[in-house]
Design a protein around this ligand. Structure first.
Ligand SMILES: *Cc1c(COP(=O)(O)O)cnc(C)c1O
Length: 413
C-alpha cells in the first residue's frame, strides 16, 4: 500500500516488523535512478514535499502509533519504535550520501556501534585499530567482552598487522580513519582487501571524514558507522548515530536489533540531524579550509612539539590521505612542549574556541583528550598510544579564519 505522505518517486516501502531486504532495495533503486551527487542528495533525498499540504519541508511525525483501517491494514507504519516517517526520511538520506544500499538511524553513535557489535555472537572476535574513540574502546572492553566478544587491538596501522590478528573466530574489522585524536589515516582499500581475503567484513566509523571527504563503501568497506552528533548534524544540538550497509540484506539484522532492543531515535532528533545534513558539503569545505590554515599557521610554533593534520606534508600518512580523502577534515591536534601545564593554560585562555567535549559543530572547540574524551582509556594504554597529557585537540569550526588564528595566538602567547 502506498503511503499518501510520500509521492511515488520516494514511495515508502511496505514495512512490517522491520524493513525487508526487498523493501530497502526498492528505496535504493529509486536513489539510483536519480543518480545525484552528494551536495544534491544531502538536500533532496527524503525531502519530498508533503502531498497533503504542499509543505516543501516534510512535517515532523510526532506520533508513537498509527491508526489502522482494519486489523493489519495500515499505511506501512504500526508503531514508532519499529519505524517512523521522519526517521525513514533521514535513513534514506544517510544511505544516499554514503552510497549505501540501506541505513538505520540510532539515538547515538554508540548505540549504532552497539547494534553493529550485537550482530556478532559470543566466541566471535573483532579486530580494531587501537586509537579508536574512547567510548568504542570502553564498549568493546567493558560491555561486549563480558558477553564473550573478543576485541583485539593493533597499534600498527599496516594492513598486515590487522591480518595477523585475524583467526577463524574473527567476523569484523573495525576502523576509524582519521583516528581520534592522533589523526592517523588508515588505508581503507588495503584493509578491505585483507578483510575480504579472510572472509571478514569491514566496518568504518566515518564520523571524522564524513562522506563529503571520503566514502568508505566505495573504497571497499561493507558498513559505515556514524556518530551523527558530530559533522552530519553539524550544529552541536543533537545526539545521533547510524549504520549504513553496502548490501541491503545486511541491514536486516541491524534494523531487527533496533526494533527488538528498542534503540530508536525520536522524530525531533531525526529531523534535526536531517536538517543538518543538508549543509554538509559547504560546512565540510569551510571546516577543511579553516583547519588547513590553522595547521599551517601553528606549524613550527615555539610552544608546540607537534602539529598533526592529515594534509600537512610532514604527516606520516600524507600519501594515503592524498588519495583517500578529498580534504584534511576539521580536526587539528597539537602537543605542547611543556606538557600538561602548558596545555591546561592554553585550554583556559581560548576565547572564541570553547573548552568542550565533542567535535564537528559550526563552532570551534578545544578538547584535552587525556582528561576529557579519552579518560575512559587506562593511562598506561593511552600514553603508550601517544595520547599524552600535553596533547590538545582542536575541532575547527566555520567562523572567520583570522578570528580563529588570533584567538589561538593570544591563548598560546
Ligand atoms: C563521538 C564519537 C562516537 C560516539 O558517538 P555518540 O554520538 O557520542 O554516541 C563514535 N565514534 C567517533 C569517531 C566519535 O567521534
Amino acid at each position: 500500500m502506498h503511503n499518501p505522505y510520500y509521492p511515488a518517486r520516494f514511495a515508502v516501502p511496505q514495512l512490517s516488523r522491520y524493513p525487508s531486504a526487498k523493501d530497502i532495495n526498492t528505496v535504493r533503486t529509486q536513489f539510483k535512478e536519480l543518480d545525484m551527487r552528494l551536495a544534491t542528495t544531502a538536500i533532496h533525498v527524503g525531502q519530498d514535499p508533503d502531498p497533503v499540504t504542499g509543505a516543501t519541508v516534510p512535517p515532523i511525525h510526532v506520533t508513537s502509533t498509527y491508526t489502522q483501517e482494519s486489523p493489519g491494514v495500515h499505511k506501512g507504519y504500526e508503531y514508532s519504535r519499529t519505524a517512523n516517517p521522519t526517521r525513514v526520511a533521514l535513513e534514506k538520506c544517510l544511505a544516499a550520501i554514503e552510497g549505501g544500499a540501506a541505513a538505520t538511524a540510532f539515538p547515538s553513535g554508540l548505540a549504532a556501534t552497539t547494534a553493529m557489535l550485537a550482530t556478532l555472537r559470543p566466541g566471535d572476535s573483532v579486530v580494531s585499530y587501537g586509537d579508536v574513540y574512547g567510548g568504542t574502546y570502553r564498549l568493546m572492553e567493558t560491555v561486549f567482552r563480558p558477553w564473550g566478544l573478543d576485541a583485539r587491538f593493533t597499534d600498527d596501522p599496516d594492513p598486515k598487522a590487522f591480518d595477523a590478528l585475524i583467526d577463524k573466530t574473527t567476523k569484523l574489522i573495525w576502523l576509524e580513519t582519521p583516528t581520534n585524536p592522533l589523526l592517523r589515516v588508515l588505508d581503507i582499500k588495503a584493509i578491505a582487501d585483507v578483510a575480504h581475503a579472510r572472509g571478514v567484513r569491514l566496518a568504518v566509523d566515518n564520523t571524522f571524514a564524513t562522506p563529503a571527504l571520503q566514502q568508505p563503501l566505495t573504497l571497499g568497506a561493507d558498513y559505515v558507522v556514524h556518530s551523527s552528533t558530530k559533522y552530519l548534524g553539524g550544529h552541536s544540538d543533537v545526539i545521533g548515530g547510524a549504520v549504513i550497509c553496502k548490501q541491503a540484506e545486511w541491514a536486516q539484522p541491524i534494523a531487527y536489533y533496533l526494533n527488538a532492543a528498542g534503540s530508536c531515535p525520536g522524530p525531533f532528533d531525526a529531523y534535526l540531524t536531517h536538517r543538518g545534513i543538508k549543509t554538509l558539503k559547504v560546512r565540510m569545505d569551510a571546516h577543511c579550509q579553516n583547519a588547513a590554515a590553522i595547521a599551517e599557521h601553528l606549524m613550527g610554533h615555539g610552544a608546540l612539539s607537534k602539529v598533526i593534520y592529515p594534509k600537512l606534508m610532514n604527516h606520516p600518512d600524507h600519501a594515503i590521505a592524498s588519495r583517500q580523502m578529498s580534504g584534511g577534515g576539521g580536526i587539528v591536534t597539537m602537543e605542547f612542549k611543556n606538557g600538561f601545564a602548558a596545555a591546561k593554560s592554553f585550554c583556559e585562555r581560548v576565547k572564541v574556541f570553547s573548552l568542550a567535549e565533542s567535535l564537528g559543530g559550526v563552532e570551534s572547540l578545544v578538547n584535552h583528550p587525556a582528561i576529557m574524551t579519552h579518560a575512559s582509556i587506562p593511562k598506561e594504554i593511552r600514553e603508550a598510544r601517544g595520547v599524552t597529557d600535553g596533547l590538545v585537540r582542536l575541532s575547527v569550526g566555520i567562523e572567520d579564519t583570522q578570528d580563529l588564528i588570533e584567538d589561538l595566538e593570544q591563548a598560546l602567547g
